[in-house]
Design a protein around this ligand. Structure first.
Ligand SMILES: Cc1cc2nc3c(=O)[nH]c(=O)nc-3n(C[C@H](O)[C@H](O)[C@H](O)COP(=O)(O)OP(=O)(O)OC[C@H]3O[C@@H](n4cnc5c(N)ncnc54)[C@H](O)[C@@H]3O)c2cc1C
Length: 486
């Protein structure tokens, strides 16, 4: 991704804090440029918010992606590493929310309907709400599905809720939606409609573009996953890094000086400060704001303390068999309507005798906060009760073999799932991105929170490009000449 330096006159030593995607990509690229790198990581594993839980160590054991689980087909930075690390044969289609005609969605009265029967119900409801306004059937279908996707992805009490308005429908009514309709006619490709007609994004969704983007991205047919789990990417990156990756080493403080950066690290029971020449910090600001920080300017401290994150929870069940197949579901995801929100049905990839995984619940924001407050046993029970209303087969004796989950808002090394910039205009988003990424002396910053695509692996990688550019321009010897002309 970055051009190799022809002549490294004086290789630099760069210390990277955090071994998530951003830290690993940065270390990998810095080494390619001829620099010496070490990584300090608090957890006992690499990958950070890319975390594939394996139910057992036997070959073919089922797994669940408890963090990132898919990427967009136009995430060229992420795909670059997938290909470069030899994982291209592991790219698979990711079937998302409502992708299967048998997927279920809640319609508020304790009832769940199938995707295939949803168009009549959803468009009928929308038409009733609109009263005298009349639109073409395809326009109503677009509006009804957009509403359903917004409702399924945004949390229940999201107070910045964008309604499907007559302003939006007036605009869409003038677009020929025929090419975007699913052959079976049940669901238009919302993502492609908005991509081809940016006036939808900049008009009715002005100021909420990021929310619209995330909803459309997550429900788009243009998504990939990695066979074997997303952690194969971060593990492959780590395997290519020559310098040491120190695990179980918690950074407790950072002090910026004129000639370098002192970093306090807890090793065993003791904290020791060491001086480093250049440091790249990828620690999420939720964690960073709890550390001792010296030599930071006031604006930077404000960015560290005020950047907003949202929590997320995922709960995965290893089931005796993919019982949902008997229920007419071949993949994709359903929407429960309650606290559970989204339920995903990943394909059985390993040894079927070891069971099948159901991502029973994927929840963000206030709903995740509510689930995160429960102790793990109570959280599991809430999820089981809610999912079993949709899938009574879950209650069969011996159906659930194992459970795994993570409340990212409570997880010590994340204290949040991702930065959220849903309700902000483009200018504010850019300002916040710059404030998060702005270096302090020889301390540089990267991570999804420093990017224009927060909450995506792609964003974490984008931020590395920017951080290395910062290092280049601040380096008096211009040692880090990067090809940033993309
Ligand atoms: C539930 C969930 C679902 C997601 N779904 C997707 C998806 O489908 N697709 C997608 O592209 N993205 C998704 N994301 C977002 C994606 O996972 C992140 O954007 C990306 O992994 C962030 O990488 P990062 O390197 O910026 O941060 P992190 O991965 O958080 O890396 C930071 C590292 O710093 C370490 N650290 C923290 N504190 C300290 C300390 N004091 N000392 C030393 N080290 C420390 C952490 O352990 C961690 O390894 C999802 C995230 C979550 C939580």
């Amino acid at each position: 991704m970055f051009s190799r330096l022809p002549n490294v006159r004086e290789p630099r030593r760069v210390t990277v804090l955090g071994a998530g995607v951003a830290g690993l990509v940065a270390a990998y690229e810095l080494e390619r440029l001829g620099h010496q790198v070490e990584i300090i990581e608090a957890a006992d594993r690499v990958g950070g918010r890319v975390h594939t839980h394996r139910f057992g160590s036997a070959p073919g054991a089922p797994f669940a992606d408890l963090g990132a689980m898919r990427l967009r087909t136009d995430h060229t930075r992420t795909l670059h590493y997938v290909v470069e690390l030899g994982l291209h044969n592991d790219i698979r289609e990711f079937r998302t929310l409502f992708a299967d005609d048998g997927n279920l969605l809640s319609i508020h009265d304790e009832r769940h309907i199938r995707v295939r029967e949803a168009p009549d119900v959803l468009t009928g409801r929308l038409a009733a709400r609109l009263g005298d306004h009349s639109y073409r059937p395809a326009t109503l279908l677009f509006g009804a599905w957009l509403h359903a996707c917004l409702e399924a992805i945004a949390p229940r009490d999201f107070n910045d809720w964008p309604e499907v308005t007559t302003e939006l429908l007036d605009l869409v009514d003038g677009i020929d939606l025929e090419p975007y309709l699913h052959p079976a006619g049940s669901k238009p490709d919302l993502y492609a409609v908005v991509k081809d007609h940016p006036q939808i994004r900049s008009g009715p969704f002005r100021g909420r573009e990021r929310l619209l983007d995330d909803v459309l991205d997550e429900t788009s047919p243009a998504l990939y996953r990695l066979r074997g789990g997303m952690e194969t990417l971060t593990n492959a990156l780590a395997a290519r890094i020559q310098g040491p990756i120190w695990l179980n080493q918690e950074v407790t403080g950072i002090a910026v000086h004129d000639d370098g950066v002192a970093v306090g690290v807890r090793r065993g029971g003791r904290i020791r400060y060491r001086n480093y020449d250049h440091v790249l910090c990828t620690i999420p600001f939720t964690v960073l704001r709890g550390l001792r920080l010296d030599g930071f300017d006031a604006d930077k401290l404000a960015a560290v303390h005020e950047t907003q994150y949202w929590p997320a929870t995922k709960i995965a069940l290893r089931c005796r068999e993919p019982f949902w197949a008997a229920d007419g579901i071949a993949g994709g995801a359903s929407f429960t309507g309650g606290l559970v929100r989204q339920t995903y049905y990943p394909p059985v990839e390993g040894d079927p005798a070891q069971g099948a995984v159901l991502i029973a619940s994927y929840t963000i924001g206030p709903d995740a906060e509510a689930l995160g407050r429960l102790d793990p046993a109570a959280r599991r029970q809430v999820v089981l009760d809610e999912v079993a209303r949709m899938h009574p087969g879950l209650r069969e004796r011996g159906m659930i073999l194992d459970t795994a989950g993570r409340a990212w808002g409570e997880h010590r090394w994340s204290l949040g799932a991702a930065t959220i910039r849903w309700g902000q205009d483009a200018g504010t988003r850019k300002e916040q991105q710059w404030a998060a990424a702005r270096p302090q002396g020889r301390l540089f910053f990267a991570g999804e929170h420093c990017s224009s695509m927060p909450a995506w692996i792609e964003g974490a990688i984008e931020s590395v490009t920017d951080a290395l550019r910062d290092m280049e321009t601040r380096d008096p010897h211009e040692l880090m000449r990067l090809d940033l002309g993309r």
